[in-house]
Ligand binder design. Structure first.
Ligand code: ADP
Ligand code: F6P
Length: 331
């Protein structure tokens, strides 16, 4: 792993969240703050991601500033998308701010976009950085898991179970939109966990005939309801487009339900709390042992540091064996 060999005395660290929030981010923040304080470090929380960094929104944190937060969704530090951070001159400004504030290392909780920003700060300005994977999409290369995925999937599964109740009572077909504009993970997991008849994944050609065949086969077998899970499209309206085409081209009436941002909120599951706590703890341990830049990933059941370069891409492929599973079980 190409981590630093130069001994840097880390005393002051900063932490921020960036990109979409995810349930469990608070657990990671709490773990970072308390582990760091336990080792005599000073921790500064930066509010609103890279935008907040550029605005100088730094606040010293203590053990009680992260009290009573681990069970809450969202992030106490808030988050943002900051397109300006893709400009090198803006990152230079950010590096100057970090240096002026005497920050020795930066921990970024976010997705692969946020990691690209953090890694550039390291490459261009030698800022020691650590990434903690936080996104409901579970779509960061290199790591098997990202904080928030389990909770988001459970939220969507609970909702689809409720939809299934009414769909069954009225013998209806529902198209349910889940999050993941570019990532198939939520749609695939929700589809399998709710016994969906079909699933539409991002960047996949939509095969209406295949959807209709699956629904009709179920009806012929005596099924009372059908659920089609659709990953949100790049533009809003994909579900309604599918609904219209199913009706006009195949005479299949379907109702649409868009789950939307409820999937990003809510109390983190035990799995998310545990992994986020472990990741936050390991992040500080890596800084203390001069192991950076690294992402604290989850690989084969282990939380461990990974080369940053491995975690800069988006995982967009789906596992064909999961589609095979869904199809095999929803006959
Ligand atoms: P995520 O981190 O969940 O993937 P985004 O892709 O929206 O979410 O990225 C979050 C933020 O990270 C962006 O708003 C921007 O500030 C920063 N970022 C994203 N991509 C890059 C990049 N290529 N270079 C520098 N900063 C980036
Ligand atoms: O954070 C990930 C995610 O929720 C994706 O699943 C979704 O495509 C996107 O963010 C939505 O982002 P926004 O809330 O900015 O519309």
């Amino acid at each position: 792993m190409s981590t630093t060999t130069k001994k840097t005395k880390i005393k002051n660290i900063a932490i921020l969240c960036s990109g979409g929030d995810s349930p469990g981010m608070n657990c990671a923040i709490r773990a970072v703050v308390r582990t760091a304080i336990g080792h005599g470090l000073n921790v500064y929380g930066i509010t609103k991601g890279y935008s907040g960094l550029l605005e100088g929104n730094f606040k010293k944190m203590d053990a009680s500033s992260v009290g009573n937060i681990l069970q809450h969704g969202g992030t106490i530090l808030q988050t943002s998308r900051c397109p300006d951070f893709e400009k090198s001159e803006i990152r230079t400004e950010a590096a100057h701010i970090l240096k002026r504030k005497n920050i020795d290392a930066l921990i970024v909780i976010g997705g692969n976009g946020s990691f690209n920003g953090a890694y550039k700060l390291h490459r261009e300005h030698q800022i020691p950085v650590i990434g903690i994977p936080g996104t409901i999409d579970n779509d960061i290369s290199g790591t098997d898991y990202t904080i928030g995925f389990d909770t988001a999937v459970q939220t969507a599964v609970d909702a689809v179970d409720k939809i299934r109740d009414t769909a069954h009572s009225h013998a209806r077909t529902f198209i349910v939109e889940v999050m993941g504009r570019k990532s198939p993970a939520i749609a695939m997991h929700v589809g399998i966990c709710t016994g969906a008849e079909n699933v539409v994944l991002p960047n996949q050609e939509i095969d209406l005939k295949n959807i209709v065949d699956d629904v009709k086969r179920g009806i012929d077998r005596g099924k009372h309801s059908s659920i089609i899970i659709v990953a949100e499209g790049e533009k809003p309206g994909l579900c309604h487009e599918i609904q219209k085409k199913l009706d006009s081209k195949h005479g299949l009436l379907a109702h649409v339900c868009i789950l939307g941002h409820i999937q990003r909120g809510g109390n983190p599951s035990a799995i998310d709390r545990f992994i986020a706590s472990r990741m936050g703890f390991e992040a500080v341990k890596c800084l203390l042992s001069n192991q950076f830049p690294v992402v604290i990933g989850y690989v084969e059941g282990q939380v461990k540091p990974l080369p940053f370069e491995n975690c800069l891409k988006k995982k967009t492929e789906y596992l064909p064996h999961n589609l095979e599973l869904l199809k095999a079980l929803s006959i």
